[in-house]
Design a protein around this ligand. Structure first.
Ligand code: 5GP
Length: 365
């Protein structure tokens, strides 16, 4: 019997509640699961209903789950009937990617562009955003058009192999750049950033290839055209971007490379070469940092506190990333303060080198 046991493992990319599934031949026999669960598919004999167990469950009996083909077919049908939003026209994303300064929301990504004054421009553009929210945008789901299952296998990093890439994505207010910098500064011989390119002039204390690769606008544009960057943006009329080569060069030194990117970059980075481990940092604002009323004048009595409006925007941003990219996330890190978030990140990185993790099977074949 053991010999006949299936070796097919999949990561569920959707939540499944058999009790809500009208199509199932038997609700009691259904196996409930959540997005991110690893399922061992015990039988694919039936084209519509597979039998599976949840990895980690002590339950020995397998349950019914919709097969990949069946789930795809009904998702396609729901999109056609308009009961499910078309994944090809997602809402415009709102991101905040780390500001270096403590307690400041002065810069970040917005609609895929790196800009200063994120919070302010975010507010100003709220109306525009509403107007264009239904507008078709580039597909952000990677190759995966229908979120059903992804075949996975156990992977353990070995010392002679290139370290896995660690990708931090964050919702509004997560300040992942700061987090990344702190963890690297504590352990610079093990972790490193990819040195970005910039078109701004070199400052006297800076060294080529250390803080940045300083390049001309022409060279930068050419690299961008040739898809050399995982992301780039403009800041104060200069261009900044991180190249794929810069990541490779960190890994060639056998260091773990940490990047903080807009989630779109996951499309480029999710390859067998990089084997990215994706951490989604979500800020959690403790009660003590919440402002009691939005009526308080800015900069007034409760300095540094966060208004209900801010909280709302942060929640919305986190939800949006969760909806669009949650299936690509290996780990969610709730960030209440920088110190505890750093401790947690450090622990994750250490485990990454020691333990085995589920990765898409295509990465190890
Ligand atoms: P500075 O010119 O003061 O070194 O950096 C200006 C800004 O550019 C910083 O706020 C920094 O976060 C941003 N920046 C640095 N590297 C990159 C990068 O690789 N990509 C993007 N989009 N922005 C960057």
């Amino acid at each position: 019997d053991k010999l006949r046991e299936s070796k097919v493992y999949v990561r569920a990319l959707f939540d499944y509640v058999p009790q809500e599934d009208k199509a199932t031949p038997c609700q009691e026999a259904g196996l409930p699961f959540k997005r991110g669960d690893i399922l061992q598919v015990v039988s694919q004999d039936d084209p519509t209903w597979w039998q599976a167990k949840r990895v980690g469950d002590s339950n020995l009996r397998a349950g019914l789950i919709p097969s990949k083909q069946f789930q795809e077919r009904r998702l396609a049908y729901r999109i056609k009937m308009g009961t499910l939003p078309n994944p090809k026209s997602p809402k415009k994303p709102i991101y905040d990617q780390g500001c270096d300064k403590e307690d400041c929301d002065c810069e970040g990504y917005f609609n895929g562009q790196y800009i200063a004054g994120l919070r302010r421009s975010f507010r100003l553009s709220r109306k525009d955003r509403q107007n264009s929210s239904g507008e078709a945008n580039a597909s952000n789901l990677g190759e995966q058009e229908f979120l059903t299952y992804e075949e996975v296998t156990r992977y353990q990093h070995r010392p002679h192999e290139r370290p896995r890439l660690v990708v931090l994505i964050g919702s509004l207010g997560a300040r992942i750049n700061e987090l990344k910098q702190k963890v690297i500064a504590e352990n610079p011989h093990r972790y490193a950033v990819a040195v970005p390119h910039t078109t701004r002039p070199k400052k006297s204390h800076e060294k080529e290839g250390v803080e940045y690769h300083f390049v001309t606008k022409q060279a930068f544009d050419a690299d961008a055209q040739n898809n050399k960057f995982i992301e780039y943006g403009e800041y104060k009329e200069n261009l900044y971007g991180t190249s794929i080569e810069a990541i490779r060069s960190v890994q060639a030194k056998n260091k773990m490379c940490l990047v903080d990117v807009q989630p779109e970059a996951l499309k480029t980075l999710r390859t067998a070469e990089f084997k990215p481990y994706v951490i989604f940092v979500r800020p959690r604002i403790p009660e003590s940092r919440r402002r009691r009323s939005t009526a308080t004048s800015p900069g007034g009595g409760e300095h540094g506190r966060i208004t209900e409006e801010d909280l709302q925007e942060m929640r919305q941003s986190a939800q949006q990333i969760d909806q669009q990219y949650g299936h690509l996330v290996d780990r969610v890190l709730m960030k209440e303060d920088t110190v505890s978030a750093c401790t947690e990140l450090r622990a994750i990185l250490e485990r990454l080198e020691r333990e085995s993790f589920w990765v898409p099977i295509s990465w190890v074949k």
